[in-house]
Design a protein around this ligand. Structure first.
Ligand code: ADP
Ligand code: MG
Length: 182
């Protein structure tokens, strides 16, 4: 049977992990062999589990390099990858190879960084995917549909791991306005 690639993307708190877990649990219930990976740098809640902001969780394997997934996913029919924006560009070839082997590959990650710029390998993954789903959060400033991750600290680093203290979901207007304006 043929494989394919699905991308689930959006801002922080948009429900990417929730949606990934939902799809993987359904596949698992249908007796499909499912394997889930995440970058080793994402240790916010748990070393092994993937946990969504509503505390739903699923067992996962942390890996350091995109290449590691190719070997570890050989036996599975469905391959899930969370926080995919943190992987090197090699993740695109990995996803394509797995799909070419006949596997269903579901990746979830941020489409934009805190500056509203495309995040790492995610744009390239969206190009090669059969399906792209954008999920949305609720703007913490005005309640509109949020597609941006607004950083509450001054740091200019690309990666600052953190949660509600470090970022909030914002709509286009409130993201552009900045911190203290309503
Ligand atoms: P993501 O993986 O995209 O960061 P999760 O799937 O981990 O998102 O979490 C989504 C959950 O986050 C929602 O179901 C809700 O409980 C919570 N949440 C917190 N802040 C917001 C917000 N501003 N908008 C929507 N959901 C939010
Ligand atoms: Mg997530």
């Amino acid at each position: 049977s043929t494989g394919w690639i699905e991308v689930v993307c959006g801002s922080m708190f948009s429900g990417k992990t929730e949606e990934l877990i939902r799809r993987l649990k359904r596949a698992s219930l249908a007796q499909q062999k499912v394997e889930i990976f995440k970058p080793a740098i994402d240790t916010r809640y748990d070393e092994e589990d993937i946990v969504s902001h509503n505390k739903n969780s699923i067992r996962s394997t942390p890996v350091e390099f995109a290449r590691d997934i190719t070997l570890l996913a050989q036996q599975s029919e469905v391959v899930g990858i969370d926080e995919v924006q943190f992987f090197d560009e090699g993740i695109v070839d990995v996803a394509v190879e797995l799909a070419d082997m006949g596997k269903r590959v579901i990746v979830a990650g941020l489409d934009m960084d805190f500056q509203g710029k495309p995040f790492g390998p995610v744009p390239a993954l969206m190009s090669v995917a059969e399906f792209v789903t954008k999920v949305h959060a609720v703007c913490m400033n005005c309640g509109a549909v949020a597609n941006y991750s607004y950083r509450l600290s001054e740091s200019e680093q690309k990666v600052v791991l953190g949660e509600k203290d470090a970022y909030e979901a914002r709509c286009r207007k409130c993201f552009n306005k900045g911190m203290n304006e309503k």
